[in-house]
Design a protein around this ligand. Structure first.
Ligand SMILES: [Zn+2]
Ligand SMILES: [Zn+2]
Length: 257
């Protein structure tokens, strides 16, 4: 038996996987986050994609994170009209990118291409957009995938992002939230109906309630759409005793004006 064979027997599997990953990174040049163009360092956009991508930046609504056209648009509180009329159940929501053609190319490999490892290059974009939220977070919780979809897809894309964002002060509690009944396809429903269909569809796993009590929780998802899913999750977390819930997503879809 050669030295490498005995080493592989001694190494736990995750360490082996990491070694394999490092070896692969050394061989394959880093590629753009959104296409197959080579870039200098992993986690970058090529010039063509960078020219098209819409990174979300200030000024924006303090609550929901929708970009403002000009500073001061949100008045003294820095809050948009929607949030003033109907304050969301969560505190603040932020996303790295507007969900458009380029953002879709970042999200889809996470969701459907069975490439959960791509999360580690996407997480820094989220960490930048949600720096203030992450600084306060004491626990990171992903939006859960329905069990049937989890079976089909084998992993939850929100969970791989949550794990990539976790830090000692804010560990990822990957199984804290559960999805209860099967929800109808939300895309076919109107805004109010969506909110109703999702309300009550999430709950906190009783064994995790103690770990969430009194904590500032950061809820993580890949794409934030109507906010109904995030709202349902936030309500469940707050009912279980979380002190506050912020939301961080890789991309965010905006309603067309
Ligand atoms: Zn590119
Ligand atoms: Zn707002």
């Amino acid at each position: 038996m050669g030295p490498s064979a005995s080493a592989s027997r001694l190494l736990p599997r995750p360490a082996l996987w990491r070694w394999g990953r490092l070896a692969l990174d050394a061989l394959v040049p880093p590629l753009c986050l959104a296409c197959d163009n080579p870039v200098a360092d992993p986690g970058q956009f090529c010039a063509a994609c960078f020219a098209q991508v819409h990174l979300i930046a200030s000024p924006l609504c303090e609550r929901c994170g929708v970009p403002f056209e000009a500073a001061g648009q949100g008045g003294a509180l820095g809050v948009c009209g929607d949030c003033r009329e109907r304050p969301p159940p969560w505190g603040r929501a932020r996303a790295a990118l507007a969900y458009d053609k380029v953002a879709r190319r970042l999200v889809l490999p996470l969701k459907y291409a069975d490439r959960p490892e791509t999360a580690r290059h996407r997480a820094p974009l989220m960490a930048r957009a949600g720096a203030a939220l992450l600084a306060q977070a004491q626990a990171i919780v992903p939006v859960p995938l329905h069990r049937r979809r989890l079976f089909e897809r084998r992993y939850n894309q929100a969970a791989v992002l949550a794990r990539a964002l976790a830090r000692p002060a804010a560990p990822a509690l990957l199984d804290a939230l559960v999805r209860t009944p099967a929800t109808a396809p939300l895309g076919e429903l109107g805004r109010e109906a969506r909110a109703l269909a999702v309300a009550g569809a999430f709950g906190v796993r009783p064994a995790r309630a103690a770990a969430l009590r009194g904590k500032c929780v950061l809820l993580v998802d890949d794409v934030l759409t109507s906010g109904a899913t995030a709202g349902g999750c936030a309500k469940a977390l707050l009912e279980a005793g979380a002190a506050s819930v912020d939301v961080l997503a890789l991309a965010r879809a905006f309603r067309r004006p």
